[in-house]
Write a protein that binds this ligand. Structure first.
Ligand SMILES: Cc1ncc(COP(=O)(O)O)c(C=O)c1O
Length: 432
């Protein structure tokens, strides 16, 4: 019996399995790809499982991994995972007063702000709470590049960041918001860069733009967040890219533009979600039914877009084109491939519940399990978890063959008229 079969026998399906050994390895790889001294922030949006956040914090020696959070739910996880509030950066274009109050009360003092009004709200909240917060101005740089990714976040009209061409006119106001101290700039131009060339060119561009902003407009630059874009395969087999040039070439660009950055002036930081945790996770699901319809074979799984990739339909992730690592016979051996392709669908009552078309499945029967690889990032967290009110998948954390934890998100249902805005809670399912 393979490890996955043993896990399915104990915990059922659909089941996410996260391997902390892989989390540590990806942190090491990213660390080694970057100039030393550059500080990595783990973006909890990729996977807010506390054990994963903790594993990244523990995987890292100086400079240790920090956290990028975009909600009080992510902040709560980061703190539970042992990140100090001072090691957290709070981002997002729609911060409410109540979340600002919570974040500041928890001790967080570093925010990325995306507009003058975002800064003013953060500042007035800080003043009321008798403190001053440090703010990075997120910049929507005007330099539009050819799309080097499916997810571009700069160089076009956007809710993210202050348009760079408006910055000179806005700066006097931005500098004088009570309760805030401008400490630098934040760029996040793309996610999942196509290749090392495009990634490197975006990162270098951000460094050069930051240096220009500092010299032309005297923008404070104690902290420079160059963003990310580090790639990882999503729901298809494959390996994380190995970046062989970023360390030297980005280091040289930083040296040329910020000669004292290696001694922390400015402190240079970056953000990564999918690269750090994408390959640590796989989704195991069971075949519930198989149906022929007008010459097409539909394999109906117990995992649908409520379990994986619901955001794909919103254009936020790459369209799901699930490829399976294998389909295992009950004894754990690989079954022989039949050549027929199937449409892999979930159990939901919507024609949108498709995980993959033309998926080559090994000979498959009801009760077989299939495994979708590389879904440690944007798996559960990017799914339509509440749609049709099915239970959340279980999430098992392992280190190699050892099971460390099993949990299942419990999303409380509010009674009519009683809105419940509490973050989803994670129930311990208990290891039996
Ligand atoms: C501001 C910001 N930081 C970090 C990330 C994480 O991106 P990724 O998971 O591709 O590393 C995102 C993703 O959209 C983002 O918007």
């Amino acid at each position: 019996m393979t490890r996955n079969h043993k896990l399915v026998a104990r915990f059922g399906t659909p089941l996410y399995v996260y391997d902390l050994e892989k989390v540590a390895a990806s942190y090491r790889d990213l660390r080694n790809s970057l100039p030393s001294g550059l500080i990595i922030h783990y973006s909890l949006k990729a996977n807010p499982h506390p054990d994963i956040a903790r594993a990244l914090r523990e995987a890292s020696r100086w400079p240790s991994c920090r956290a990028e959070v975009s909600s009080v739910g992510e902040l709560a996880v980061a703190l539970e995972a042992g990140y100090a509030p001072g090691d957290c950066l709070y981002t997002g274009p729609g911060k409410t007063e109540s979340e600002l109050v919570t974040a500041i009360a928890e001790g967080l003092r570093r925010f990325s702000v995306e507009s003058l009004t975002d800064l003013e709200r953060a500042g007035s909240t800080a003043v009321r709470m008798g403190t001053i917060i440090d703010c990075l101005l997120r910049i929507n740089s005007a330099s539009a590049k050819a799309a080097a990714t499916s997810i571009r976040m700069m160089g076009k009209p956007s809710q993210f960041g202050i348009d760079s061409e408006d910055l000179p006119a806005q700066l006097p106001k931005l500098r004088s918001v009570p309760g805030t101290r401008l400490i630098g700039a934040h760029f996040f131009s793309l996610s999942n860069a196509r290749d090392e060339d495009s990634l490197l060119s975006e990162l270098k561009d951000s460094v050069i733009t930051a240096a220009d902003l500092q010299s032309e407009f005297d923008l404070p630059m104690q902290v420079l967040d160059i963003g990310g874009g580090f790639a990882a395969p999503y729901a298809v087999p494959g390996e994380r890219p190995v970046y062989s040039r970023i360390r030297m070439e980005l280091g040289a660009t930083l040296d040329a533009n910020f000669p004292h950055w290696r001694s922390g002036m400015p402190e240079v930081i970056c953000e990564s979600g999918r690269y750090l945790v994408g390959d640590c996770g796989e989704l195991i699901s069971s075949v519930i039914n198989i149906k022929e319809s007008r010459g097409n074979r539909f394999v109906i799984m117990d995992a649908g877009i409520n379990t994986l990739g619901g955001m794909a339909g919103l254009g936020r992730l790459m369209p799901l084109a699930v490829k399976l690592d294998n389909s295992l016979a009950p004894d754990g051996s690989f079954t022989s491939a039949d050549e027929s392709a199937a449409t892999l669908v979930g159990p939901l009552c919507t024609p949108g519940d498709v995980l993959g078309r033309n998926v080559q499945l090994h000979s498959t029967d009801v009760g077989d399990i299939v495994t979708v690889p590389n879904v440690g990032a944007y798996g559960v967290t990017a799914s339509l978890l509440l749609f049709l009110s099915r239970p959340a998948p279980r999430e098992v954390v392992v280190r190699g063959d050892e099971v460390l934890n099993v949990s299942q998100l419990r999303v409380r249902r509010a009674a009519a008229g009683d809105a419940d805005h509490s973050p989803a809670s994670r129930g311990r399912a208990g290891i039996t």
